[in-house]
Design a binder for this molecule. Sequence first.
Ligand code: EPU
Length: 422
Amino acid sequence: MDKIIITGGEPLRGSVRISGAKNSALPIMAAALLAEGSSTISNVPRLRDVETMADILRALGAKVSFSGDNQVRVNPGHTIKALAPYDLVRTMRASICVLGPLLTKLGKVKVAHPGGCVIGPRPVDLHLKGLRKLGAKIKMEHGYIVAEAKSGLKGSEIYLGGSFGSSVLGTANVMMAATLARGRTVIEGAACEPEIVDLANFLNKMGAKVRGAGTHILRIHGVGELRPAEHAIIPDRIEAATYMVAGAITKGEVTLKGALFEHLQAVVDKLEEAGVIVNRTREVIEVRLRDRLKAVDVTTLPYPGFPTDMQAQMMVLMSISEGIGVIIEKIYPDRFMHVSELMRMGANIIREGPRVIVKGGAKLSGAPVMASDLRASAALILAGLVAEGETQVSRVYHLDRGYERMEEKFSKLGASIRRIKE
Ligand code: EPU
């Protein structure tokens, strides 16, 4: 297994190009199943999760091919299967987004229940509720979600809000299913993440009629069939925000190329409150530190709130800031696996349920640490960049799921970072 070795203390300087968004690419690849023929998706990040999605689509009978310039072609062909097996689904929760497209296209589907993961229990009740409202009969059988709609799905009015707010992939699944349902569907309490807007744009290019993406109310008029389309994935806002934090904590000057400022408002707002200068020009976003980092409080919320996928990285910034800050995790109350590893590096953090208190001013020191999930891995690497001495991050396969060539990008910015194979 690979390890990443970082020697901290180098201020990061220079520019970094932001890759396409993982969380857009995955549902959009699944949506390509809806068409007859080959869709071409560009700006797709080359990540392990993307490879996993390709393997799932291939297992379903689709042809999937990558070309060098971050392009992927997906052709479902005519013999698409209705079964997504557990050994593939369990490796990536986002596999659940084949559920909606297969059900609406084939009238039946059997997808393994993805289960929970290290960031906590991850139910799919909202996905199933929405699909049932569209007329599907759904049962759980031997760990599989078995759904059927013999005479096709039928448009309906659906409320998709849950105890933790809206569901991103739940909205994606129901929206995709509704594109081929008879009549009109209204989804209230829909997620309004940029990745949902990107998916809706792709579906509309395929001939779907989806209105309201980016708001909490989606209106979808079902159509008879969808055609293949070409689409470029939006930039990854979480990758961009991770590099912004890296620039700030290392007291460097980092320029992001290709990021979309309007997707980053909540993060920019918190960084500015912490004393970071963020400049936006037409082409780039520049980040540097004004003076010293000050403590901030962060509450994670659905978009446009502060993203849960940046909580761990922000905790690193707060650990070395002046003062005491509080993080309240409202999306995944147990997403704190990184806390103990950061404490091993010298961070002062107290956890109480879904809240942590971060006492700033820590002098982090390098240590061997273990990544537990994707964003926790990114946080440990950030901590390594500012820690005194050497940090060894193991289990970096988590990182490879969601950050394209991270050590190469950090290296170019001047970090002392390398990957070793064991
Ligand atoms: N939830 C339910 N019932 C459901 C679905 C979700 O109660 O049927 C709850 C979840 O337990 C959670 C909240 O609703 O408390 C939000 O979960 P959501 O469904 O929005 O998460 P997701 O769609 O499964 C996506 C991203 C995650 C990101 C979350 C929240 C993808 C592939 N994954 O997951 O990304 O954290 O939205 O923004 O889009 C990551 O990239 O590291 C990652 C985990």
